[in-house]
Design a protein around this ligand. Structure first.
Ligand code: ADP
Length: 189
């Protein structure tokens, strides 16, 4: 099973990805988590990415494409994977297409998780409170920036994957277990 979870910050991609990891026994590949780990460990990648991530901008396509390409080569991705937070631009989607073509594999589905802007802001502010400020980009000002970046750069992927017949939209405003049920039904269709 090869899936992409698409949706704005706070839509619930990470929450659903973790549930699907258990359900399908495939890994979650979160470019946000990989970048945050690199930032925490102060690796060269982390040092390069920190200011960009903290202000809510996108790290360059070349850098994230490299991260994903390397990660997809790992053995645990052979049975499949759940991409969370990648691709985020059309150029990343095209790069992913080339990576998968090289491996001779295909995506099964792209799940778009939708939610209202007010609810996204509420959830991210809540997450910031609960995590004690663990993420420098989880504050209202940077969040507004991330939502703008999402509509400008990432939302065009909806049409991109829709044209390929891969897109399945789910209502991310529903309770977590209902969202999971709808995603599973869409995948198992
Ligand atoms: P969220 O979806 O909650 O905004 P993520 O954890 O997916 O957060 O990503 C956090 C930040 O990491 C992004 O705002 C961006 O700076 C960087 N990032 C993550 N994935 C990518 C990507 N595919 N391309 C560019 N930057 C990325």
């Amino acid at each position: 099973m090869r899936l992409i979870l698409l949706g704005p910050p706070g839509a619930g991609k990470g929450t659903q990805a973790k549930i699907l990891v258990e359900a399908y026994g495939i890994p979650q590949l979160s470019t946000g988590d990989i970048l945050r780990a690199a930032i925490a460990a102060k690796t060269p990648l982390g040092l390069e990415a920190k200011a960009i991530v903290d202000r809510g901008d996108l790290v360059s396509d070349a850098v994230v494409n490299g991260i994903v390409s390397e990660r997809l080569d790992a053995d645990d991705c052979k049975p499949g994977f759940i991409l969370d937070g990648f691709p985020r631009t059309i150029a990343q989607a095209e790069a992913l297409d080339r990576m998968l073509q090289d491996k001779g594999v295909k995506l099964d589905a792209v799940i778009e998780i939708k939610a209202d802007a007010d609810e996204l802001v509420r959830r991210v502010i809540q997450r910031a409170k609960e995590s004690g400020g663990a993420r420098a980009d989880d504050n209202e000002e940077v969040l507004r920036k991330r939502l703008g970046v999402y509509s400008d750069q990432t939302a065009p992927l909806v049409a991109y994957y829709s044209q390929k017949g891969l897109l399945k939209a789910v209502d991310g405003m529903a309770p977590v277990d209902e969202v999971t049920a709808v995603i599973k039904a869409a995948i198992d269709q």
